[in-house]
Design a protein around this ligand. Structure first.
Ligand SMILES: [Zn+2]
Length: 82
């Protein structure tokens, strides 16, 4: 089950501070109120899922190693296989 991070809209909350974590089933509905203070809350992204890491752009050699056909633009404006 994923661990969700909930944050109150007004922070810091006297009771829950900057929010709290709650383990929920994926099928469970998102909470809209803080169970401690009743304030409106929203769910931020699950803390178990990291923000996506964007890998650096593939270099030509990486692309070739991955099986991509790398096309090179020739001086005539045409593309040819390297
Ligand atoms: Zn609260």
């Amino acid at each position: 089950m994923p661990l969700y991070q909930y944050e109150p809209f007004k922070t810091p909350c006297k009771l829950c501070g900057k929010g709290f974590e709650l383990t929920q089933k994926i099928s469970d509905p998102e909470l809209s109120e803080c169970p401690k203070c009743g304030q409106a809350i929203h769910r931020s992204s699950p803390s178990t899922i990291n923000t996506p890491h964007y890998s650096k752009p593939l270099s030509i050699s990486d692309a070739k190693a991955s099986g991509f056909t790398v096309l090179k633009k020739t001086s005539k404006g045409e593309y040819e296989k390297q």
